[in-house]
Design a protein around this ligand. Structure first.
Ligand code: COA
Length: 185
């Protein structure tokens, strides 16, 4: 296993987006985005309704995790449009993301994910990233395919917002596969 190093404040710029470490000032925008059931129903650990205090708890927990969890806010033209991150940086390495509904369908998830994964593999020393989607989320599976993830199985995962277990398609991306796919991803 490679040694993973993550700075406390991360900034990654893409052609249209800025990805930077989550801040307390993002709480309102996070509530507006994730508070939409169309978003939270596709995430495992987000309750519905989603309150301001939930956002503050999430931001504080990420900061307290001291690099074990990475949470980045995604901005377009200075406006918060989503978030993405890696939980369990030295353990499970689970990649997750969400975008507010008005921002869907513009290629933002693919653009942000591509930049974040390149950073994880090249700069942070991560060698493997796990992810996946609920079975009824073809748009997100499409994003992960474009990013190079392979499907490795399925299992049932609790979805807090829906209040029951949902079939989850498990996916994986290794640094070697990411490098081999190169310009194609
Ligand atoms: C899933 C999500 C991240 C996609 O964000 P996005 O910025 O719209 O994604 P992109 O535009 O980069 O790519 C979406 C792709 O899925 C495709 N797509 C969209 N709806 C689809 C559907 N119903 N079935 C199949 N493909 C679909 C798009 O055409 C696009 O593929 P293409 O570039 O080959 O045309 C966003 O909808 C979201 O945040 N959803 C709620 C939370 C969530 O699902 N998070 C991920 C949990 S695993």
């Amino acid at each position: 296993m490679s040694r993973v190093t993550t700075p406390p404040d991360i900034r990654i710029a893409t052609e249209r987006l800025l990805l930077r470490s989550v801040a307390t000032a993002d709480a309102d925008a996070i509530v507006a985005g994730i508070g939409d059931f169309e978003v939270s129903r596709m995430l495992a650990r987000v309750p519905h309704p989603y309150r301001h205090s939930d956002a503050l708890t999430f931001i504080a927990a990420t900061r307290a995790a001291r690099g074990e969890d990475i949470a980045l806010t995604v901005l377009a033209d200075g406006v918060v449009i989503g978030g993405l991150g890696l939980t369990g940086v030295r353990t499970a390495r689970e990649f997750g993301y969400w975008f507010a509904k008005p921002a869907w369908g513009k290629g933002y998830a693919t653009e942000a994910g591509r930049a974040f994964l390149a950073w994880l593999f090249a700069d942070a020393g991560v060698d493997i990233v796990r992810s996946g989607v609920f079975h009824d989320n073809p748009a997100s599976l499409n994003v992960q395919r474009k990013l190079g993830f392979e499907t490795i199985g399925t299992h049932m995962v609790r979805c807090l917002a829906r209040g029951h277990d949902v079939e989850h398609i498990d996916t994986l991306l290794t640094r070697d596969r990411h490098a081999a796919l190169g310009a194609r991803t």
